[in-house]
Design a protein. Sequence first.
Length: 394
Amino acid sequence: MSSEFHRFIALHAFLSGLFPFFIPVFLWRRGHDLGELSAFIAATGAGFLLALYLWDRLRRRLPFGRLIAMSFALEGLLLLGMTSPSHPLFLLWLGLLNGFYNCFFWITQRVLFLDTLQARETGRRVGNFQILAMVALKAGMLAGGAILDGAGFVWILSASLLLDLVAALHFERRSPTPPAAFTEAPPLSLARIFKFDDAHGSRFVFLLDGPFLFLESYFWTLSLFLLVKESFWKLGLLVIALGLLFSLLFWWLKNRIDHLPQGRIYRLAVAGYLLAWAARAGLDAELGDRLLFSLLIFITFATAFFRLAFNRRFFELARAGDAHDYLLTKSYLSQASLALGFLAAAGLLQGLPTDTALTITYLAAALFTPLYLGYAPRSLHAGPATSNQPLQDP
């Protein structure tokens, strides 16, 4: 399972770097403002919800390798969807396609990853996963940025479709076996989602986390694109440079996080995350190069550190209770809040200058970040012990 999981992650991360990473700046370059980009993200959340309902029913009927193959096929369809930008419903159905692709990729990935976890090694394994995904993503971005600036989108499309086909055929033939919790559990009903609650503040944090994930990716990518004067190639180089500079410290940290007081580490991660959003709001190309690059390194590390601490907490709670319900409930609630939150943002940000809209959004994110402190598994407050509290889901 582990080798197939690593192949799955590496291939998808590389393909994401080739083009999906560039979607927000590609749309912005085509004249879509931040309000329209927010509408696209809202459609992505809606597409994810529809796809998740379908995925949860297909997993019991299809070999797991076919679900993996479908994730690569959907990535190809997403890129094909970029070829009709003049259609009046372009952003709507492109967002829906993006949501379907994200769902079949991320949910399948989480299921495979959960099966690799062992007691008291969650932080190390989450760190290993993040590093593998980062390296493959950066390689894809380097290639994608160079191709977009040089040869154009048609070459990205051709290369991606070829890789998608090869990957789909590989996993169709070599289907990994998912955890028993995901082959035996019945599909999650809407009633269970609405009634979900536990002693750890999961419900509220799941709702909170949806919009933050796309602020970290789509809005932040656009900010970096503006800093490098709208060059795809320079954007790829900048993100790669930032990744290399913080990776050594991150490598050291991920091997030790399982042995550190988890409550204290999580609070420190949330504090750094808050400061990272405040720093994003204050970024300006007029800052000196040394200060600007230092801020970018801090933002990159603080965000990755927070995601390491948050994901460790999330996967430990998933292992401690009903993994199927916990993982899927997180996605249902996060994507619902994503769709509704960015639908509201589409109206609020419509017509605003891009710099102004980004600054307002980042300041709002900083104000809401302390709410992550509500995600508080009781057994993690006292130290590094793994949570064994049952999830109280009625």
